[in-house]
Design a protein around this ligand. Sequence first.
Ligand code: 6MZ
Length: 345
Amino acid sequence: MDNDVFYRELPKVELHAHLNGSVSAQTIEKLISRKPHLNIEHSMTAIGKGQRRTLDECFEVFRVIHKLVDTEEDILMVATDVIKEFAADGVKYLELRSTPREERDTGLTKKTYIETVIKAIQKCKEEGADIDVRFLVAIDRRNGTEVALETVNLAEEFMLSSDGLVVGVDLSGDPTVGHGKDLLPALQKAKNSGLKLSLHLSEIPSQLDESDLLLSLPPDRIGHGTFLHPEVGGSQSLVNKVVQKKIPIELCLTSNVKGNTVPCYSKHHFKYWYELGHPTVICTDDKGVFCTDLSQEYQLAASTFGLSHEAVWKLSQQAIDCIFGPEIVKQQLQEKWNDLHPQLF
Ligand code: 6MZ
């Protein structure tokens, strides 16, 4: 089987995808044509092949995309397109995450924001897309204690009313801004109410205290964890906590290379955690901004670290254990993987 076809056909689980970072070039074009007065060009919303930016510059890109996505209609289109694109890439289970925003000019509220994402998920299901989608409500770390609590309250409300579609909370945003200690009460509240937690941890150096504090919750999954291990200035005690609690790590190779937090693919911390035998899940982070897709991320991991097709299969199958969806969904996904295995090998 052709190598590209193998990766496309490989059934995959995507657990770390920010909605507005995942908007494809085609959808950006549609948004630009809706809002020509903004004078936004596609080059301002994506980081192309071979290009690298600082994390700061990446966050500027998100601000541009947010200007383009500021109505319910935009969110419905963006979320529907993103879900269908993941499905077309062979993703069978997707956990999307997004930060609810309010926009005074358009009347968008945080509540209608979440409702609209849920509507998009239901619409894709009704239209027969071969993908199970769940939603994580994101807390932007720069907004502090009060907003974090408000976000968790909303997430709790939707966990009860969304037919199981809202399954957790994400902590993300510019890692140079704010401190986890201010967000701890909100995260603890979310956990107590049964929401799962996926937290961006140690995405940049010098967050060791914060990571130690947040690991005490503990989170159910870690995003990036780039600087947790001692080889890059982290600590053995942090690694021990992650390993003892078996907390899966979501790893996004291209995002970290293009955002300049790792020097090159071969130095990516995938190697460290994979060799430890620790549960790692390959993800895209922001497939639109970083111009990638999940098939390509698996292929890059395999070619960089010499993984066989069997090893890649195991990696994609092992991701099923790390989802926040219920046990029954895990069983259904395992069956799907078992059915598809003979077609690939
Ligand atoms: C931290 C990130 C991120 O929420 O508007 N986001 N947070 N590190 C990253 N690494 C590159 N990539 C994306 O999607 C965009 C938002 O997701 C978070 C940021 O808060 C960004 O504003 P939503 O759908």
